[in-house]
Design a protein around this ligand. Structure first.
Ligand SMILES: Nc1nc2c(ncn2[C@@H]2O[C@H](COP(=O)(O)OP(=O)(O)OP(=O)(O)O)[C@@H](O)[C@H]2O)c(=O)[nH]1
Ligand SMILES: [Mg+2]
Length: 223
């Protein structure tokens, strides 16, 4: 639902994991509160989600990526300018858990920020038999310092608590890092066309100021 108030923050996130683990179902559940029938994602889809946390309106852009190997080159290019990652596996299929290592390698390799982005790890399909070794899971959680939640899109597990925690963790990093994947509304307006040129004379009331804006894609330099 689109809120009446302007969002105070815009968070750019990416949803990744093997094919058929339930990424698109998860997004549908967040958007429509139901688990709709899905088709496999071809390349990358996009969705906007809105959250109201402590009276603060937050807009989350989510790239819903294809899990199929043949799209990996496209998917890799969407890791730029993000501030959070939702990583998913299927608790009934151990191979999707084993492949998390591969996804973590990609996440770390494609990170162009100087800091790590918060990760929400979702073990989906807990309506089915859980075939994941708990020891391995706990090791993974502490090694990569991820938030972990087990859900079932099919059973429509409530997602508010997980998303609030994930967003809260992302917002905390605002105080520590300037991240290109997280913008205040003012930033969003500014970066929609450029980043400000480092002007020597900040006080001049020059109408030509706009000419000093230039486009850049370097991470962590929004100021
Ligand atoms: N049993 C069960 N099935 C689920 C659950 N969530 C999703 N599914 C089913 O799993 C299949 C794959 O779901 P998708 O959401 O399309 O998976 P995906 O990760 O987006 O797959 P790709 O787009 O190919 O990467 C569909 O048939 C869903 O109905 C769940 O919690 N439990
Ligand atoms: Mg999909």
């Amino acid at each position: 639902m689109i809120p009446h108030t302007e969002p105070e923050y815009i968070l750019k996130t990416i949803l990744v994991g093997d094919s058929k683990v339930g990424k698109t179902s998860f997004l549908n559940l967040l958007q429509n509160n139901i688990c709709l029938k899905t088709n496999t994602t071809l390349g990358v889809d996009f969705a906007n989600l809105y959250f109201n946390i402590n009276d603060t309106c937050i807009k989350m852009n989510v790239w819903d990526t294809a899990g199929q190997e043949r799209f990996i080159t496209i998917v890799r290019s969407y890791f730029r300018n993000i501030c959070g990652i939702i990583l998913m596996f299927d608790v009934s299929k151990p191979e999707t858990f084993v492949n998390l290592k591969k996804w973590m390698n990609i996440i770390e390799y494609e990170n162009i920020c100087s800091h790590k982005h918060p990760i929400l790890l979702i073990g989906n399909k807990n309506d089915l038999i859980n075939n994941i070794d708990n020891n391995q899971l706990n090791k993974f959680i502490s090694k990569y310092n991820v938030i972990y939640r087990e859900i079932s899109c099919k059973k429509q597990t409530p997602l508010e608590e997980s998303m609030t925690l994930f967003i809260g963790t992302i917002l905390k990093t605002l105080n520590v890092n300037d991240c290109n994947g997280m913008m205040t509304c003012q930033d969003s307006f500014r970066s929609s066309f450029s980043l400000k040129y480092n002007d020597d004379d900040d006080n001049d009331d020059n109408d030509d100021d706009d000419k000093k804006w230039y486009t850049a894609s370097k991470c962590c330099i929004l100021s």
